[in-house]
Design a protein around this ligand. Structure first.
Ligand code: ZN
Length: 136
């Protein structure tokens, strides 16, 4: 499967549509107020089915990462950094970390976008030098 073949269903369609406008959405449970990602039918914390979408701030920190030297998809430029980013709202995204040769855990990062051929975008992150959490 290539990136432009990423499937969309009725649960994920609002999330994908928002990426076209450069907006990263999270689901918020109306019963317990937990935020979650990726979009699901039910809240992973309490099981309620009444979830709404809200826009994330686009800031977070690197929770963990690995540097990939042998890509799973032929033709992918290596090396690249695959990271778990914990958003300011709490949920974790598995994403690419760009713009740094020295990734590290707890590194403040900010949302950027990588375009897909069909107009959708994938959220990627890069170091955020303006974050109050960035050490100098
Ligand atoms: Zn809930």
């Amino acid at each position: 499967m290539t990136e432009d073949e990423i499937p969309v269903d009725e649960v994920t369609a609002p999330w994908w549509d928002a990426t076209r406008d450069g907006r990263l959405l999270l689901q918020r449970c109306t019963r317990c107020a937990c935020a979650q990602h990726p979009p699901r039918l039910l809240c992973t914390a309490c099981g309620a089915g009444d979830l709404s979408f809200e826009e994330a701030t686009g800031t977070g920190i690197v929770d963990s990462f690995t540097v990939v030297h042998r890509a799973a998809v032929p033709g992918t430029a290596v090396p690249y950094v695959l990271a778990r980013v914990r958003l300011a709202e709490g949920p974790i995204l598995l994403t690419h970390l760009t713009g740094t040769a020295e990734p590290h855990c707890d590194q403040p990062v900010r949302l950027a976008w990588r375009p897909l051929p069909d107009g959708r975008r994938l959220p990627v992150f890069h170091p955020d030098p303006e974050s109050p959490w960035t050490s100098s």
